[in-house]
Ligand binder design. Structure first.
Ligand code: HEM
Length: 361
């Protein structure tokens, strides 16, 4: 009888494991952008946003770094409930946690000189439904895509030679994008209001409201202030204290609640739902779907808004995203910014917002 042949080495399982490990590494590499150096990733977008500040500000949001937490409630209307089955439109009110901020990467920006002011909210319906929004004071976005936003961000970064953005680069960017030209015209001519409270905030993107029967309407919404508009002149803005908007809002809230009506504009056939830089016609039907009532403000260093990511893709049942691809880009970049700042806070970053001497000059 012949002896048994020596056992053949079994490489199969090792090869399978190596293939799986390589596939996972490739997937990570692709996601991180290492395999395609030119591809826009959330990390690259966040790096570009960071590079627009001359100094890093650990622990703070990479955009809209200066703000204050606010709290209050949201009261839905029957007209809102008819358009969307979201719990927040039901009878009564739901709690609001929010943040009012100014655009820019510095937590020491001058309030009255910030062209962009913002409102971010979380509405919780008490039954697990949560609606996060982050809105700005401009009526349409200045770029048609995330890639264009990246180009704009890179064009706004300070030139190492001068410490200021290169005006030629910005001019070239604006020349390429009609939306950027529309935005520049808005920024130059739109009157400035005198308060966070008298400013209108725009959700900008299209979303879908879904009613009880499953019917859908495409909407864009705004928060329309109940406080009357009072214009602030260039001279007044120049003379205002650095924390003017925050101080004024706190004083107003000490006197009583501050309100905005949430107004849904209903799309008509043919309205662009995927490009937030394309305004809809002004005569579209509008419906008041609720009212935001703010009653309190807290420092952002200690308030409930600090550890929140106002990711606009977090919507409750009854609200759905549109085909606007910038929404997904925002979700990915906000997560990056949130991760970075939370890690820095965990490592002891001082987010008290006290103005350092060099920033105050
Ligand atoms: C590609 C487009 C955009 C990018 C990459 C971007 C990026 C960012 C980042 C990195 C943050 C900080 C997030 C955090 O740390 O929690 C932020 C905050 C914010 N963004 Fe955007 N953004 C974009 C578009 C928009 C648009 C269209 C709006 C208005 C409709 C908007 C409104 C806001 C507001 C209000 C905040 C402050 C939210 C808060 O108080 O936490 N952004 N953005």
């Amino acid at each position: 009888m012949l002896p048994d042949p020596p056992p053949r080495p079994r490489y199969g399982p090792y090869v399978a494991i190596a293939v799986i490990v390589a596939a996972v590494a490739a997937a990570f590499g692709w996601t991180a952008g290492w395999l395609a150096p030119g591809r826009l990733t959330p990390a690259r977008m966040t790096d570009a946003i960071e590079a627009t500040s001359t100094t890093p500000y650990p622990g703070f949001r990479r955009a809209h770094a200066k703000g204050l937490c606010v709290s209050g409630q949201f009261e839905g209307t029957p007209a809102g409930a008819a358009l969307s089955r979201a719990g927040v439109f039901g009878p009564g009110s739901v709690p609001v946690t929010g943040r009012m901020s100014i655009g820019g990467g510095s937590p020491y920006g001058l309030d009255a000189q910030a062209r962009v002011r913002s409102m971010a909210l979380v509405l919780r319906d008490g039954e697990g439904g949560e609606w996060r929004m982050a809105m700005n004071s401009f009526p349409f976005f200045g770029v048609p895509s995330a890639e264009a936003f990246y180009e704009q961000t890179r064009a706004s970064a300070p030139d190492p030679a001068t410490g200021k953005p290169d005006p030629e680069r910005m001019r070239a960017f604006v020349a390429r994008y009609p939306a950027a030209q529309r935005f520049a015209a808005w920024a130059k001519t739109a009157p400035w209001s005198d308060s966070f409270a008298s400013t209108q905030y725009y959700g900008i993107h299209a979303f879908r409201f879904v009613d009880d029967g499953g019917d859908e309407r495409v909407v864009r919404w705004t928060m329309r202030p109940q406080a009357s508009f009072v214009e602030m002149s260039a001279a007044q803005r120049e003379a205002a204290e650095g924390d003017y908007l925050q101080d004024e809002l706190r004083e107003r809230l000490a006197r009583g609640p501050v309100r905005w009506d949430m107004v849904a504009t209903l799309a008509a056939a043919g309205d662009d739902t995927s490009d937030p830089s394309t305004p809809w016609r002004e005569d579209r039907e509008q419906v008041v779907v609720g009212t935001v009532v703010l009653t309190g403000a807290q420092d952002q260093a200690t308030g409930a808004c600090r550890d929140l990511n106002f990711d606009p893709t977090m919507v409750p049942d009854g609200v759905a995203l549109s085909d606007d691809p910038i929404l997904a880009a925002r979700a990915a970049v906000y997560a990056q910014s949130f991760d970075r700042r939370q890690r820095e806070v965990a490592h002891g970053a001082d987010v008290s917002g006290a103005v350092p001497v060099e920033a105050a000059r």
